[in-house]
Design a protein around this ligand. Structure first.
Ligand code: GAL
Length: 674
């Protein structure tokens, strides 16, 4: 159980911001929450200015009353520490708390999250608030979890203020010890950047042209660490008072600023905020699936929480499409299907004012009793009670996609890949989308992780790869694993220095080839690829490489009228008892499906059930039971053949065998008996 106080229930609820409403509304809120089956709310995320209206005064009485009200109604609280948005008095009295951008301009009050993570003043005041919260509510019966800050790193991805510059230097001294080591690592011999004193070093501020890539990479690492330091600071304060109350913070899926994998080690359970675009054709289900899988992979041994989503539209997209009837339910149950034990929203009651007053909450502006949205919220709450047996069960994947923050930071800073920029997370998500369509469960993993559980590991554009991680991938293949590496992998080490002698140096032997040079394509260009045994050519996009085979065989070759004609585009190499594939271009969707189908088949990975296109099928299992989730994302009703699978649909209590019908947006959760 990720939240012990909820015992064997799934969590259901959302952010609750009662300070935006007169107290007379609170009782209605509690009653409506009961009606909707809410058992968990996140309180206090943006309450700092209400909790501490002036430097020396705290006002907790209102929050005391809300906490008591929740306890009285049997609703638990994921209590935020309130540190995400400092009150105006703090920056008025202490302007050094403000974050500063790369040009040197400060962020100001009037919005949210404008603080500098490295400001000692911010840290001091944040720590004091957390201490107060822990002391006051640590023993409150409603307290079930701590929600540290909120979406760390959102809006202000980096800071260049004085305190940050000092902290960056301290971080660099701890890492390099000597300036000589730093100069070597940063390659400062290039463009006359040699540093003679630590004080000369700056954060990568505005520069005339490309700034030093290793400096940028270290600054990214530093920034993730500096923000993480805030999380750890808060956590230590909380745990000293409430060692048994789990702590979390909400991640944002493929979010570049913070290395969520490193961060997850500090948390008792992981959570994320899922805002897919609900407009038709925008791939919302696929986006959600990837984010769920990434989040789940950060702590594989337990379920995760969907901390936020909207019931309908948001207020910050070019077109704020709404969720038609049924879609909120479908996407909520998708989170469950992919390993969540908590379905929460932003927010309980839709605000009347402020920047997000049209962002769909659980209680809309319309009267709750007559509202379509609230009716769906209630129905979902009732369904989650029926689905309680699923709580604690887990998704087990046989496929892994290597996804590494340092590789992401480094590759996207590399100027040489423009205009065909390597969209690192985008490419990983495109590959994930293939597995999503094929209903093959996927984890996102670090390149150095234990790989023994996986039948297939995919490493997209793993530009930065350490020797140890390359050895890990090689050992996996040697021992019988199947690896698919794609173009622009294994190019540089952890310092962003090229490993010379033919790319991808440390994977050459494993892949049975070497790459001499690359030829990125313009966005409007495609490359023709010929697959052995197939007449019609396939299309590659974005990238081509000049590959020399050294033991690998070409399964597909380039067929354009140029220098790369008949050179390998897709290869396979038997290495030890495993297989290593290499993709020297980015196939379009048709080509990708053909090539990956072959790789998947060789690896022997299979979906939990063969289902019609548009139906998502996943398995969650515990020691006691297995649950087959079937979700129809397609526009029409479908009939699904269950084969040998049989059991009982937890949503309808109907026995399921042989076939099952699902309406458009329909869901079945079958507790399997066979
Ligand atoms: C998240 C945030 C919430 C709310 C929500 C909707 O970024 O944590 O406070 O703003 O998005 O935009």
């Amino acid at each position: 159980m990720i939240i012990p106080k909820l015992a064997s229930a799934l969590a259901y609820g959302g952010d609750y911001n009662p300070e935006q409403w007169p107290e007379s509304v609170w009782r209605d809120d509690a009653a409506l929450m009961r009606e909707a089956g809410v058992n968990l709310v996140t309180l206090g995320v943006f309450s700092w200015s209400r909790l501490q209206p002036a430097e020396n005064s705290y006002t907790f009485d209102w929050l005391d009353r809300v906490m008591d009200l929740m306890a009285e109604h049997g609703i638990f609280v994921d209590l935020a520490t309130g540190t995400a948005s400092p009150p105006p008095w703090l920056s008025a009295h202490h302007p050094d708390v403000l974050a500063v951008d790369a040009i040197g301009a400060a962020y100001h009050v009037g919005s949210r999250q404008h603080y500098s993570p490295s400001s000692p003043t911010y840290r001091r005041f944040a720590a004091a608030l957390v201490r107060q919260m822990a002391k006051r509510y640590g023993r409150h019966p409603a307290l079930a979890a701590w929600h540290i800050n909120n979406e760390f790193g959102c809006h202000v991805p980096e800071c260049h203020g004085a305190a940050t510059t000092t902290a960056f230097r301290t971080w660099l001294r701890a890492k390099y010890r000597t300036l000589a080591a730093l100069n070597e690592s940063w390659g400062t011999a290039f463009w006359s950047q040699g540093y003679g004193a630590w004080e000369q070093i700056q954060t990568p501020r505005r520069t005339p042209t490309f700034s030093n890539p290793t400096q940028q990479l270290d600054f990214r690492r530093f920034t993730s660490d500096a923000i993480l330091d805030l999380l750890v600071m808060e956590k230590q304060i909380l745990q000293a008072v409430t060692p048994d109350v789990p702590v979390t913070t909400n991640f944002m899926g493929f979010f570049k600023t913070v290395d969520a994998r490193r961060w997850a080690r500090e948390l008792d359970f992981v959570s994320w905020d899922n805002y897919p675009d609900p407009l038709p054709g925008r791939g919302g289900a696929c986006y959600g699936a990837a984010g769920h899988d990434l989040t789940r992979s950060l702590k594989k041994d337990r379920p995760f929480a969907l901390m936020e989503q909207s019931t309908s539209g948001v207020s910050w997209r070019p077109v704020n499409g709404g969720k038609p009837p049924g879609l909120m339910r479908l996407w909520s149950l998708q989170a469950l299907a992919r390993g969540a034990d908590a379905i929460l929203f932003f927010q309980w009651r839709t605000s009347r004012y402020g920047a997000e007053k049209f962002l769909g909450g659980m209680v809309p502006h319309a009267p709750a009793a007559r509202s379509r949205v609230f009716a769906e919220v209630k129905a979902l709450g009732a369904e989650l009670k029926r689905l309680a047996p699923v709580a604690g069960s887990r998704v087990k994947s046989r496929v892994a996609i290597v996804f590494d923050w340092a590789a992401w930071w480094a590759v996207e800073h590399e100027p040489a890949t423009k205009p065909a920029r390597i969209d690192y997370a985008g490419w990983a998500q495109e590959l994930h989308a293939y597995f999503f369509r094929r209903n093959l469960a996927v984890d996102f993993i670090a390149p150095g992780e234990a790989l023994g559980d996986y039948a297939l590991v995919v490493a997209p554009a793993l530009y930065l790869l350490t020797r140890a991680d390359a050895d890990n991938l090689s050992a996996y293949v040697r021992g019988g694993g199947h690896l698919l590496a794609t173009y622009f992998s294994g190019i540089v080490d952890e310092r962003d220095h090229v490993v010379t002698g033919g790319y991808p140096a440390w994977l050459r032997e494993t892949l049975g080839l070497w790459v001499e040079e690359w030829f990125p394509l313009a966005p409007e260009e495609t490359a023709a690829i010929r697959l052995a045994g197939r007449r019609t050519p396939l299309a590659g996009t974005h990238w081509r490489e000049a590959v020399h085979l050294e033991g690998a065989e070409a399964l597909a070759t380039f067929h354009d009228d140029d220098f790369l004609h008949r050179r390998p585009a897709f290869t396979r190499h038997r290495f030890g008892t495993g297989l290593a594939y290499y993709l020297a271009t980015k196939p379009d969707r048709t080509a990708l499906e053909l090539l990956l189908d072959e790789v998947v088949q060789a690896a022997g990975v299979q979906p939990p059930l063969a289902v019609p296109a548009g139906v998502e099928a996943t398995l969650r299992a515990s020691d006691r039971a297995s649950f087959l989730f079937l979700l129809n994302h397609g526009p029409k009703a479908v009939r699904i053949a269950l084969g040998e699978r049989r059991g009982r649909d937890l949503l309808t209590s109907h026995a399921c065998r042989q076939t099952l019908s699902l309406e458009a947006m329909g869901v079945a959760v079958i507790e399997l008996t066979g």
